[in-house]
Design a protein. Structure first.
Length: 719
């Protein structure tokens, strides 16, 4: 006698509980079935669904099923149809998986009726009813036979699934989540989709007014990144006009941004080919000089992004939950923005999507259909998107810094020119020379109109200067806080340093009273001297910030550069001596006068010295000699005279960072470095009307930093 493996109805209940934790997930499984049936439209209807016992109807205009397909496909649970038939007749890549999600969705109610009409048999409708109460009351699922009824009737192709006797009411949260899932299924993006889902719920109607594509026109930047079949990446950053701002290939986009050595080599990704798009908005129009942003519906955009913000994953053209759901920041863009807020997107100010076709089924859906298993292919898909975002942030930071560097001096020049023209207009309206002809003492309309324009120009220029200075203020307020805190620490550290020196000397005298001179030299002398030297080093470091913060150094004066240079370096003498760093001078700009403050010149030199000294601490700094060379020269071109300052070192040179990026705030190759030293140098040089340049290798084999400042020869004229 033969027997068959049987299973109890409870297994179906377990499937429903574990595979569909929320009603909206089950409903979306039925929507996916409609997509696999080549439907163009899927419609959801709910009746009295707020309470248990309600009705849910999911209908589509897909290809429908024959009686055989209904029996051997729809009712065959656990076998994937993709293994033998991966595409629909219209060419869609199928998204259904083993039917487990479907059976769980059908158990949302106590009774299910399926009516379907195949595209090949439009004159016949097949119907199937499943009474779950009857099945649950049986010993085994197969004890309850299911009948397919067929009847002749004219109609359109498609399938309708009616679920009655809902076990649980669809809560307000479920309804909101369902409406969002339906509207986001193909996304709030500019390109259309051949598949559309509608719903008759009030939540859907309300959200459909919010989740639209019209607000994409207010985007500030758009990122498009590609991952090709060879695992190579590329990216392009567009401005709001659709113009290319920056573009790069795999060597830049695929490079890991953190760490050093081999970890920085571009990675060949094993993830399936993908396209990543990101729309980034500026929700603070008052902080921008873009006149266009003043016209944008900011509050409407905020409300819209509250529903659609974040990065969504589209697998074979349909969105996969929970990626991009409210609270699901699967690429950690909010965390990355919090750690480095410079021009980075967040779920509150951007919307994006990653589109994956995945022809080789590298991404494996989880059993409960809530996303993909975190296998290597999925993790590298995430890494691809993160590196593309890092590249985009670098480009935007560089663009912002370029604007910021030149904004203040340009604005000041505009203010001066506007004020000059303004005074000319005042003179035209009310001339001091009584012989100047006037229009009976009253300016004509053309003069008054010009007067108004020039006044507006003055105020506009001043506003731009204020905005430029405000950006600088945010950076330097942080540095000022660090500086004052350091000064307090330094002031307090001076006392214990002096006390340590005195106490060590006292101990030394007392030890000498009890031991012989030879024994003292052998056992104690070295330790005593090292302790005193260390305390003096601490004292020197404590005195350094107090010296740099001296008030009179912040007054504008004529600075003799070659004379001040050695004095500034001496502030770091103990620091350099302890590290075996030798400073060489080649000062050939005697008498070069720079109109500045001692504090500014100290900031330039000290940051360049510290930057060079840190180069010797790198693991690839293999040369035994540690040399920093400071060189100055006159640079005369026509009527212009400039001081050229060059700081070279014998370290490993500039590596792991581009020559442009080293001037940007926060960019550093040092662990725990601030990345602000060279930014400060750049900003001071720009304010003084100079320029700067970095070279990977100089005369000593290491990095070379050059600065040119407007100067005058003592007793001569400034350029």
């Amino acid at each position: 006698m033969q027997h068959h493996l049987r299973f109890a109805p409870e297994i179906l209940a377990r499937l429903g509980e574990e595979l569909v934790p929320h009603a909206d997930l089950g409903i979306m499984e039925l929507v996916r079935n409609a997509y696999d049936a080549d439907a163009k439209l899927c419609h959801l209807r709910m009746s009295e669904a707020e309470q248990p016992g309600g009705t849910l109807i999911v209908s589509d205009d897909g290809d429908g099923m024959t009686a055989d397909q209904l029996a051997n496909g729809f009712l065959l649970i656990g076998k994937s149809g993709k293994s033998s038939d991966t595409h629909t007749p219209s060419g869609r890549r199928k998204v259904g998986e083993k039917g487990l999600g479907r059976i769980a969705a059908l158990r949302l109610g106590t009774r299910v009726t399926v009516r379907t009409r195949s595209k090949d048999q439009l004159d016949t409708e097949h119907a199937l009813t499943i009474d779950w109460d009857r099945i649950d009351a049986s010993d085994a699922v197969e004890d309850v036979p299911l009948a397919i009824e067929s009847r002749r009737c004219a109609g359109e192709k498609g399938t309708t699934v009616e679920i009655t006797g809902l076990r649980q009411g669809i809560t307000q949260m479920d309804a909101d989540r369902l409406a969002r899932s339906v509207l986001m299924l193909t996304g709030p993006f500019a390109d259309g989709s051949a598949f559309r889902v509608t719903c008759d719920s009030p939540e859907f109607e309300n959200l459909s007014k919010v989740i639209t594509t019209v607000l994409l026109q207010w985007v500030e930047y758009r990122l498009v990144a590609e991952l090709d079949e060879q695992g190579q990446t590329s990216a392009t950053l567009y401005n709001w006009r659709g113009e290319v701002v920056k573009s790069a290939g795999h060597n830049d986009v695929g490079r890991k941004r953190q760490g050093r050595g081999d970890r920085d080599a571009p990675l060949q990704f094993s993830a399936p080919p993908a396209t990543f798009e990101m729309w980034m908005f500026n929700l603070n129009p008052g902080a921008s000089k873009e006149v266009r942003l003043a016209q944008q519906p900011t509050e409407e955009i905020r409300k819209w992004l509250k529903q659609v913000g974040g990065i969504h994953l589209y697998h074979r053209e349909l969105r996969v939950q929970p990626y991009g759901d409210v609270g699901n920041d699967w690429l950690a863009i909010n965390l990355r923005r919090a750690a480095s807020p410079e021009v980075r997107p967040s779920t509150n100010n951007s919307v994006g999507r990653i589109r994956v076709v995945d022809p080789d089924d590298l991404l494996q859906p989880k059993t409960d259909r809530s996303g993909f298993v975190d296998n290597l292919h999925f993790l590298e898909l995430q890494e691809f998107a993160k590196r593309a975002l890092d590249w985009s942030a670098d480009q935007r930071l560089e663009l912002r810094e370029q604007r910021r560097i030149g904004a203040a001096p340009k604005a000041r020049n505009r203010v001066k020119e506007a004020e000059k023209q303004f005074r000319n207009l005042l003179e035209a309206i009310n001339p001091k020379d009584p012989d100047t002809p006037t229009l009976d003492g009253v300016a004509d309309s053309a003069v008054l109109e010009s007067f108004t324009d020039r006044a507006s120009e003055v105020f506009d220029s001043q506003r731009q200067e204020i905005e430029a200075l405000r950006e600088d203020l945010l950076l330097y307020r942080t540095l000022a806080t660090v500086g004052t805190s350091t000064a307090v620490f330094a002031h307090e550290a001076m006392k214990p340093a002096a006390r340590i020196i005195n106490e060590v000397k006292t101990v030394s005298r007392r030890v000498k009273q009890h031991v012989s001179e030879d024994e003292y030299k052998e056992k104690f002398h070295s330790s005593v001297e090292n302790s005193i030297d260390s305390a003096r080093t601490l004292e020197t470091f404590a005195r350094l910030p107090l010296t740099l913060l001296t008030k009179n150094k912040r007054q504008i004066t004529d600075v003799d550069f070659d004379r001040e240079c050695p004095a500034i370096v001496r502030l770091f003498s103990r620091y350099l001596d302890e590290r075996g760093i030798q400073v060489e001078y080649d000062l050939g700009a005697e008498g070069a006068i720079v109109r500045s403050t001692i504090a500014d010149i100290e900031s330039i030199l000290s940051n360049l010295i510290v930057n060079a000294a840190h180069a010797f601490t790198r693991t690839d700094a293999i040369r035994p000699e540690r040399v920093i060379r400071i060189r100055t020269r006159f640079d005369v071109e026509g009527d212009s005279t400039r001081l050229c300052l060059c700081v070279d070192d014998s370290g490993p040179g500039i590596k792991d960072i581009s020559l442009r990026a080293i001037w940007l705030p926060g960019k550093t190759t040092r662990d725990n470095g601030t990345g602000l030293g060279l930014t400060i140098v750049r900003d001071i040089v720009a304010d003084l009307g100079g320029t700067q340049e970095a070279r990977e290798r100089g005369e000593l084999g290491g990095a070379s930093i050059m600065v040119w400042l407007p100067a005058q020869i003592a007793g001569g004229q400034r350029a």
